[in-house]
Design a protein around this ligand. Structure first.
Ligand SMILES: [Zn+2]
Length: 431
């Protein structure tokens, strides 16, 4: 069992971890970190499986929002990791606007990213479509996201950052090759170990310059938060959330460990879609095992980082591009479906690039971006600043499968995104 910290203790934990500093101008990079509890107080509809019709029945482990704000030469970047599915039901803009307005940020200075756990409340602000508890939850979430970002800004202090890359086998390509009852090949959701899977655990460590203490260990890894399936009705951060909790518990000292979902559109946890968390007789259930395994690697990688830099610049660009829509399957010859928006955020903190994608992209798209990036390290963050659904490479369309069936975009869309990201990264490189 993962011990669950009480909310009261958590607040104390946060206020101890993030003392407010004087705001005097300091040379070099400044970083502030903060954490807030976002565990639902009441039962909610959990997101990620349309088949689920009942409210949540309990909480296995807490959900949190974790903000890291970087500042250099008067320019800021707020990186906010949220333990929910994603910003569906048109919640990205209202939540982003609330943070941007309250914190005096430019729209491009906020990367609001979800870890894609399928065991957290469905976010929704409009009444009527889901349970009223979900609307109340999302309103509270909005207030907490504003507060956690403000707290991180208030905690800005001189810092250095270092980056490392580890590897973990926790995620695996999920497009399993099978045959239908007529012997025809098909792709189903399962486990496809030979399929493309980027195992990188990208870790960004923040150290306070004055004390050399670690303030935050951020990590990005490509996996869906689907170790638990649609039959599970208990709130959990799933693999990435459990990894965050492990990192924070292991490191102690108020260190914050935000996770980010990498290019995980076709990547699931090795053990997937389990009906429940089995915790009887001190047994370690699979989601906890996988989260611990991933968190261990984030710590291992973090401990190996030797080079730290107090330098900027901090810069970011946000562009919403219009992508070609997929033809209507009922009317395949139709070519006039209106294009659909896709949000791309590109940022740099010193020599580290961060690419935020407003949807869930196939693993190979993330790899292509890493390969073309002019930066020595490029962290891919999906479910960021938007929720446009799956982005599938053109070569996968003829294979079919769940993601191909449900994407809103045509086969040309992924190349358009990669091209735009390349252009934004080149602009940032010249900062
Ligand atoms: Zn997904």
């Amino acid at each position: 069992m993962i011990p669950i910290r009480s909310r009261r203790a958590l607040l104390l934990f946060c206020s101890l971890a993030i003392p407010i500093l004087s705001t005097g101008q300091t040379e070099g990079l400044r970083v502030g970190v903060a954490k807030a509890d976002i565990t639902p107080a009441r039962p909610c509809m959990l997101g990620g499986y349309a088949s689920r019709t009942n409210l949540s029945t309990g909480v296995h482990d807490p959900l949190s929002a974790r903000a890291t704000v970087f500042e250099h030469d008067g320019r800021r970047l707020a990186l906010v990791s949220v333990d929910i599915l994603g910003f569906y039901n048109e919640t990205a803009e209202p939540l982003r606007n609330a943070i941007v307005d309250a914190c005096g940020l430019q729209p491009a200075q906020l990367m609001l990213a979800a870890i894609h756990t399928h065991a957290a409340p469905i976010p929704v602000l409009a009444a009527g479509k889901f349970h009223p508890n979900n609307v109340d939850y999302t309103k509270t979430l909005k207030d907490r996201l504003v507060k956690v970002t403000k707290d991180a800004i208030d905690g800005l202090r001189p810092a250095r950052i270092g980056i490392g890359v580890g590897a973990s086998p926790v995620g695996v390509n999920r497009r399993e090759r099978a045959t239908d009852k007529n012997g025809q090949p098909l792709i189903r959701l399962g486990r496809n170990p030979p399929g493309i899977t980027d195992h990188d655990v990208q870790v960004l460590q923040v150290r306070e310059r004055d004390t050399d203490q670690i303030a935050a260990t951020l990590f990005a890894y490509a996996t869906h938060g689907t170790s638990l399936g649609g039959k599970n009705l208990v709130v959990s951060g799933d693999v990435l959330g459990l990894a965050e909790q492990f990192v924070e518990k292991y490191l102690g000292n108020g260190i914050v460990g935000p996770a980010f979902a990498g290019a995980s559109g076709d990547i699931d946890p090795w053990f997937r879609v389990l009906p429940e968390i089995k915790t009887a007789d001190n047994w370690i259930p699979e989601p906890v095992l996988l989260g611990t395994f991933l968190g261990e690697e984030a710590i291992h990688t973090s401990e190996g980082i030797r080079d730290f830099s107090p330098n900027g610049p901090v810069a970011s660009l946000l562009k919403t591009i219009q992508l070609p829509a997929k033809a209507d399957p009922q009317n395949p010859g139709q070519t006039n479906s209106p294009p659909l928006p896709f949000a791309i955020t590109a940022a740099r903190v010193g020599d580290v690039a961060l690419v935020g994608l407003g949807g869930e992209v196939f693993n190979e798209i993330g790899r292509a971006i890493k390969d073309l990036s002019p930066f020595p390290r490029t962290i891919i963050i999906t479910h960021c600043n938007g929720a446009a659904g799956y982005l599938v490479p053109a070569r996968a369309y003829p294979e079919g499968g769940y993601e191909v069936k449900t994407t809103h975009f045509s086969p040309e869309a992924s190349d358009a995104v990669i091209k735009e990201v390349a252009s934004l990264l080149r602009q940032l490189k010249n900062e």
